[in-house]
Design a protein around this ligand. Sequence first.
Ligand SMILES: C[S@@+](CC[C@H](N)C(=O)[O-])C[C@H]1O[C@@H](n2cnc3c(N)ncnc32)[C@H](O)[C@@H]1O
Length: 354
Amino acid sequence: MSPLTDILKSRIAEDGPISLHDYMTLALSHPRYGYYTAAEPFGPEGDFLTAPEASQMFGELIGLWAIDVWMKLGSPETFLLIEMGPGNGTLMSDALRSARLMPGFLKAADIRLIEMSPRLQKKQAALLGGYHVKWHTSLADLPEVPIILIANEFFDALPIHQYVRTGTKWHERCVTHDGSDFKFTLSLDSVDVGPAPDSAEGDILESCPMGETLIADISGRLRTSSGAALIIDYGPAEKIMGDSFQAVRKHRHAAPLSHPGEQDLTAHVKFATLKRIAEAHGIEVHGPTPQGLFLERLGIEARHHLLRQKADEAQRKALDAQLRRLTSAAEMGTLFKAMAFAHNMPTPPEGFGN
Ligand SMILES: C[S@@+](CC[C@H](N)C(=O)[O-])C[C@H]1O[C@@H](n2cnc3c(N)ncnc32)[C@H](O)[C@@H]1O
């Protein structure tokens, strides 16, 4: 059992129930025992497999997407190539390998990784050893040059609030401890959730303040410096009511409040909310487009075909499985979606069918 269990229990004993938002924040990013600080999340031995960990084709195509954006921006001599939440660094490593096709892009790219976990920063440094990379924990204080920003499965890892409709009011969903387990409870006071969509008794409304602030910050940066941002994550295209808070451990869904710090916690990304925020800043928004369709438009089938030609029988089977995993509706193809935010680009970024 992680020491985080006792830390959370003491906090609840002293202060009373904590919001789901604060529970998620501590469980994921406690400086010593948080999931991303201490655990080994990725790959077959870890808890889940992200798209770049599933196949090199994913990062390679994102690299080509970024080259296309850079060319549409007029091939600036310097730009920031930013990745938020790079995990093991696999996406960036694959993207930079495919970008060798375009030496001018690599020369112009000032690579910045936004990563809160010192342990993951070390892994990223080891994988990206051949490149000059700088790390940050936020988007503040970056130089004012055009940006190309990538975030894969980053926004789903940010803490959310949940509000439950009880009668005509909304109460925040909180976490308490009953002596043996963590349990959900509701705040005593009601909360003003602003204009909520149509709802019924017991409905759950979610919000992700950090994600919303980040999109506002990214939009502000795009306005002043131009460029594009690509977010790939999972969630519905339109905002809906419902409980999307979930835990994954050893590749299986787990009880969301068990083993804090030892299992991944996520919630659906509210693409419609992010789109509304960016558009309010005067930013062009493309998508959300299902990941499968987005990758097909970027040429995943041609890349798969090329890799297959050089592969033996076992490798071919693996490549076929990777293609299915990334694109089929039964796997990541539909639930995961791509959305791009752009400013000052004469033509839209690739992959959105414009
Ligand atoms: C689900 S992982 C995704 C990893 C990677 N993008 C991939 O697709 O394999 C989330 C990543 O975001 C990082 N992260 C989560 N919250 C963060 C925050 N508030 N600031 C910076 N990094 C954060 C985690 O440490 C981890 O690297």
